[in-house]
Each structure stands twice: as structure tokens, then as C-alpha cells.
Design a protein. Sequence first.
Length: 408
Amino acid sequence: MIFALTFTGLILFLGLVVDGGIIYFERRKAQAAADAGAYSGALELLHNNDSWVADSAKADTKINGFDDDENSVVITVNNPPVSVAAVGDSNAVEVIVQSTVKTTLMQLVADGSSIVRARAVAAVGPETGPMCILALNESAEGAIVFNGTVDMNVPKCEIVTRSNHEEAIEFNGTPCVTAATIGYGTGGGYNGTTANGSCIDPEPIGIIPPDDPYANLTPPDPADYTEQAASVTNRTNGSAAEGFLAGVYRGGIRITGGGPYTFAPGMYIVDGLNVSGGSMYGDGVTFYNTGDGLRNIEITGNAYVEFSAPANTGSDYDNILFYNSKDVGTQPIYDAKLVGSSGSTFDGVLYFPTVELEFGGNQDATEGVFTQVIADTVFLHGRAQVSGNYGDSNSGRTPTTTRVSFIE
């Protein structure tokens, strides 16, 4: 009798261990499937495919082993969620995976099945901060390069490249970079370690990168603006102080010294802007480069610049300081350079979608300056600062990117 009771107890204990393990393993699998389903459904929201949310979510739970067509499985997809913290949030997707698991030894003394349930909620929303650097090239080596002793402290914004190259981000020399996120395209990587004295925080990670936030920005039509010059505009060391009016400058603007030059608010359509000396000031200005004439935008040498983009005007070009035509070629002669002298400020979006932007010099890191860099590739050196106030007080001037993340 003692043996029988002991043996029965051992069988029950063994059943508890075996079946408990099976149920635990199935619960883990169900959670992975729920996570995959919620994330997939939220990605459809991100791309404005609302009608595909449920099908996409169920397709990914099926890939992960839970098929809604099976009698033992029930997949519930809710957009918006119907429970807990995210209830009613139309930007969120709730996926509940329920599965009936058959037990083994425990069915000798109890019901031969157990129900496992897992739940996940993913949502579309702003990531850890606004975008301060975005490299658009999807395959380039060194899509973002930090060179030399770059010291960049932007803990409230993100530095991201869409490139999935194994060395999509390069840290050369001893740069020090702090950001909310440093990311490269899924499957990519970066080179450079802290062994050489670099300080990179946080460590770069693979992410699903955002799209170009200005992909649909329409170029300005020269016919809508006053023609201010029919051929290249040259100013040299001997040139006196002068005011420039917004409009079309055929042949481009070349300044090698003199001034100071004041640019009135408005749109400047230029066939290139090459500056290597003098001082320039402009508040509420946008420079659209056609790629003709002088070809590129280049501010180098001893040029001192204080430029700020228009803000809160209701125009499509709010926040845009430099806008390079998307038709401009990718050859080095079209690459942009903004490496002016100490104290210069570029307040606004620096948008060069098809060429590399070399950004360096000694830009002033004064609080309140907003600089967002979006280019095909980005090369940073010197005191290259995408600096300033990325807090709530500047949110109206800071286009944020949206991304899918888990919230429950």
C-alpha cells in the first residue's frame, strides 16, 4: 500500500513537471506569436493599410505556429485594443493568441487539456525622440561617418541610417556621440569601438528605419518667383555691405569675402551657392539648389553664417533651410559642404536627398538652435553640431518620425 501511494505520488509529480513544462513552452511560443502578430498589424497602420491589419497579424501568428484555422487555436485581433491601458487607441493593435494544449500524464487524474493565452499590443507613435540625422541611402558603406574628434551630445533625438551595410555607420578617430537612438537598417552593422577612446552611447542597433519625411515635398517653381539675377552673382573681398532679396538667381551665388550680406526672408532658388569668405545673415530663408550653374551648396573657409529657416508660416517649406533638388547627380562635384567658421549657425532642416553632406566646422551649439540633417549620406567632423533644443518647447519645429513599438 505504501509503495502504491508513493508510486502514485511520483507519477503525479512527474506529470506536473512534464505537463507543466509543456504548458510553459507552449505559453512562450504563444507569446512570441502574439508579439509577431501585433507588430505586423501595427506595421500596416504605419503604412496606412488599415484594412490589412487583421490579415497581416494572423499571417504572422501562423508563421510562428498558431493558425487561426485550426480548431485548437483562436486568434483575436483588435484595432483599437479593447482592454487594459491602450483601450480605444486607434494607433494600436492588440493580438490575443489562445491555444488548447493536450496534457500527457496529468490526464490520468484531471482534464486532458489546458488553455494557454498570450497577449501583445504594438502601436505606431513617435520613437525616443525627433530625428536629428537621417541618412537615406539603403546600401552604402559609411552612410553616416563620425570622423576625428566629433563631440555630439543630443540625448533627446535620434541618429539613424537606412543603410543595411555591415558597416553602415563608421566611427573613425575618437568621436564622442550621445543620442536617444543610434540605428542602422535591419541586418546592417557598424565599425569602431570604445577601445580607441571613443564614447558612443547608446550602442548602435539594427532598427526598421523611417522613411524620408520630405519625400513628397514639391520643389518650388522658378516661374512663381522674381528673377533677381540672369547670370552668376559674384561678391569678393572688396564688396561692400549689401542686402539680397528673395527670388531666382540664375548661375548661382558665389561669395569669397566682403559684406556683411543680409538675406531678406523668403525663397532663394539658386544654381548653386558657393561661399568661402565674408559674413552672411538671414532669418526666415530657404535656399533651393537646382544643381545647375555652380552645381552645389558649399560653405567653407572663413565664411561666417547665421541662417535660420522660416517657421510657423503655413508654407510647405517651413523649417527647410537648404533643399537640394532630387534631380541633382550623385557625383562628388554635387556633394554639399557646410563647414563654415567658428560660431556659424544653420537653424533648420538641411535636406540633401541624393548627395553626401559634409557637415563640420565649428557650428555654435547655442541652446534653441534647431538643426536636422537629412541626406543621402552624411560625413561629420570638427564641431559638427546637430544641436540645440529638441525638447517640448521646440516640438513645432521638429518633424518627428513614427515607428512601431510594443506598449503592452
